[in-house]
Design a protein around this ligand. Structure first.
Ligand SMILES: CC(C)(COP(=O)(O)OP(=O)(O)OC[C@H]1O[C@@H](n2cnc3c(N)ncnc32)[C@H](O)[C@@H]1OP(=O)(O)O)[C@@H](O)C(=O)NCCC(=O)NCCS
Length: 191
């Protein structure tokens, strides 16, 4: 049977900032998530960042945003003409923007618990539509298993999604910029 570890999920605090940025640098590439992005999650109510704690160490986190309908194309970097129907029918959506688990704790259920916590938080806030931008590299979609089990469905694939922003960081799969990975936009809705 698959091994599962017990974690505590906490709200973001200033004393976690360095661990969160270090973890993001290691798994996504240095500079992908900045200290400012992390600070925004403490100071700005539309951003949520929660951490997975094991033995007082940050071993994972998710970053989510609440996005008003008019801002979806710019915040999700989706051309307006490709906007999936699911986003046209709602006033605002929540976006699971980034999720990461420290390499030595991957495959132990931490990511699935973080995603479940993210969904519960957004549904509690009354948001009915949740989207995520899944990273699709040459290796496939790392997060596919956990999000599919939590009822997310793919609605759109965008090639070279990080090509422009990747001038500022190195994708762990593509190494030298630009990043040529795709994003697959997934959506789930409260039943
Ligand atoms: C993707 C990620 C968040 C999943 O977290 P996790 O704690 O390993 O996930 P869980 O243990 O809950 O679920 C394991 C699933 O993740 C997949 N997985 C992805 N990378 C894995 C790894 N290095 N080790 C083990 N499982 C991995 C497995 O295929 C498994 O799917 P399955 O249950 O259908 O077999 C984590 O592997 C990670 O941080 N990867 C690097 C960053 C990344 O890709 N983030 C997602 C961007 S959209």
């Amino acid at each position: 049977m698959k091994k599962i570890i017990d974690i505590v999920i906490n709200n973001m605090r200033e004393d976690y900032i360095s661990e969160v940025v270090d973890l993001s640098d290691r798994e996504f590439g240095t500079g992908y998530i900045s200290r400012k992005d992390v600070m925004n999650s403490i100071n700005y109510s539309k951003h949520t960042l929660k951490v997975a704690i094991l033995n007082q160490e940050v071993i994972g986190f998710y970053l989510g945003w609440v996005v008003e309908k008019n801002n979806i194309p710019s915040k999700l970097n989706i051309p307006s003409n490709l906007l999936p129907l699911e986003f046209k029918e709602t006033k605002q959506i929540a976006v699971l923007k980034s999720i990461v688990v420290s390499e030595k704790f991957q495959g132990l259920g931490v990511g699935s618990k973080l995603i479940k916590s993210c969904i519960d938080d957004f549904y509690d806030k009354g948001i009915q539509t949740i989207s995520t931008v899944a990273w699709k590299s040459k290796m496939g979609i790392n997060i596919e298993g956990p999000i599919s089990r939590l009822n997310f469905k793919p609605v759109l694939e965008i090639k070279d999604y990080w090509k422009d922003v990747s001038k500022n960081y190195s994708c762990p799969e593509c190494k030298t910029p630009p990043c040529r990975c795709s994003a697959v936009i997934y959506v789930t809705k409260k039943l």
